[in-house]
Every structure is written in C-alpha cells, then in structure tokens.
Design a protein. Structure first.
Ligand SMILES: Cc1cc2nc3c(=O)[nH]c(=O)nc-3n(C[C@H](O)[C@H](O)[C@H](O)COP(=O)(O)O)c2cc1C
Length: 245
C-alpha cells in the first residue's frame, strides 16, 4: 500500500515519534512519501478566492501546493501528524488547509482513508484531532482513524494504543473496502450537489459537479449507501433543491 505522511509540526519530535511507531504496522511492502510542511514554505493564503472561483490552477501558490495534492491522489492512505498549538492545529497545517478550501466545494477523495496523529503537552488533542477529521471528511475521505496522546512532560509514547489503531488503519486500507458515510457527510454532499449546478458565479463548482457526474448521485457512486441512507440522500436533495431555488 502507498502512504503519504504530512507533518504539521515544524520539527520531527513528539508527534513524529508516534508516526514512526505507527509506520511499523503498515506492512513490509508499504511505500512512503513524506511532506514536511515546514520545508514546503507554502506562502500564507492571501484570500484571493481564485482557487474557489477560477480553479485551483490559478492559485498564486499552485506550484507549491499542487504537488502535495497530487501525492494525496497517489496514496492509498494518508497520515496527518500535528501537535496542539494554542489549543488548535499549527499554523503550518492550517495554512495548508486554507489552500485546500476549494476541495470542500469539489470533494474528490472518496476512496481514501486517513490516520490522524495528534500530540499535546496536556490539552486540546481531542478538538484538534476532530478538526482534522472533519476537514478530511469535507474532502470526501471515506474513513478516518485517530491517535491522540498527551505527553505531559514524559518522553515515552503510548505504543500499545498506536499499534492497535495503526493496525486497524492498515487492515482497512489494504481491504480497499469503502464504508458507508455518516449522515452528516451525506447532508454536506447534497448541499453542494444542489447548490453547485445553480450557481452562476461558482462556475468551477458547477463544471466539476456536472463533468464528474456526481450531480446525479446521492453520494459518490463507488460508495455503497444502503437503502435507507440512499433514501435519506434523495429526500435531502429534493428539499435542498427546492430551498436553493
Ligand atoms: C507554540 C506552542 C504552542 C503549544 N500549545 C499547546 C497547547 O495549547 N496545549 C498543550 O497542551 N500543549 C501545547 N503545546 C505543546 C505541544 O503540543 C507538545 O509539546 C507536542 O507534543 C509537540 O509536538 P512536536 O514535538 O511534534 O512538535 C504547545 C507547544 C508549542 C511550541
């Protein structure tokens, strides 16, 4: 399996030691790519809206950001590692996420799974892991696993917990099985599905939803919804379509 690791810490220390342990459970034939956001030197998002309105290729930082997006496309599973900074993700990771805001509008990673690894001194790990989790779900990610740990002045890591969760992640990535999405994900999908084709200003969104054919489905077609969630998606779309007239 192919794994991409994105490190949101400016250094390779606490969170990285957790990632290193997780890597030992991802199979002997695993291929890894690493993105150290500190080295990427992505300029701050300048809020020009070009990625959303005109297409991501028009982002002034496209040449720096897009190779990372291509690596996500390449990977079967991604690992996002991040320490808690001031009760949030690091500015490095947030700045990367800001550059991917267009993917909320045009989600594409429906066959991807992720492992989120968060470390902290003592607080904030749950909220930070959940925020990363939520971001990935907006990108379309199928399943997200979380490993969180408070170092609290210690050096050692929670090896047993890391092994347990990373083994599950690896087994799931290898299975290539696609899980049924959460209700919230179906709602978000159908908000964009109803909104994008009607928009005269968001031409890129309209083009994406129509050209991929996603506009015709209750959720990404490769993901099996089951009868009840499919029906839910249909009802949601019907309502949203009327509301957004
Ligand atoms: C600028 C900065 C802000 C931090 N903010 C918090 C915080 O709000 N809460 C907390 O418990 N730990 C905080 N920490 C501690 C780190 O989250 C913790 O040491 C983490 O394990 C560092 O991971 P790393 O070695 O991978 O960078 C902060 C550390 C730094 C450098």
């Amino acid at each position: 399996m192919k794994y991409l690791i994105i490190n949101g810490s400016p250094r390779k220390k606490n969170t990285w030691s957790m990632v290193k342990q997780a890597k030992t459970n991802l199979g002997e034939d695993a291929e890894f790519e690493e993105v150290q956001l500190m080295k990427e030197k992505i300029p701050m998002c300048n809020g020009c809206f070009k990625c959303i309105m005109e297409g991501e290729e028009n982002c002034p930082h496209h040449e720096t950001v897009n190779p990372i997006i291509e690596k996500i496309r390449w990977a079967d599973g991604i690992i996002i590692a991040c320490p808690v900074y001031a009760m949030n993700v690091t500015a490095l990771l947030k700045n990367f996420f800001d550059h991917t805001a267009y993917i909320y509008h045009r989600p594409e990673f429906f066959d991807k799974k992720a492992l989120v690894v968060v470390s902290t001194a003592g607080a904030g790990q749950k909220d930070v892991a959940n925020y990363i989790d939520e971001t990935l779900r907006h990108w379309g990610f199928n399943k997200i696993y979380q490993i969180k740990y408070a170092f609290g002045g210690k050096e050692e890591i929670n090896t047993e917990e890391i092994n347990k969760i990373s083994q599950k992640f690896h087994k799931d990535v290898s299975s290539k099985k696609l899980h049924s999405p959460k209700i919230g994900d179906i709602i978000f999908y159908n908000v964009w599905r109803a909104m994008a084709p009607k928009s005269d200003t968001m031409k890129k969104d309209k083009e994406y939803w129509e050209s991929t054919g996603l506009v015709n489905y209750e959720f990404a077609p490769d993901v099996n919804l089951g009868i009840f969630k499919k029906l839910f998606g249909k009802i949601m779309y019907f309502i949203l379509n009327r509301v957004m007239k």
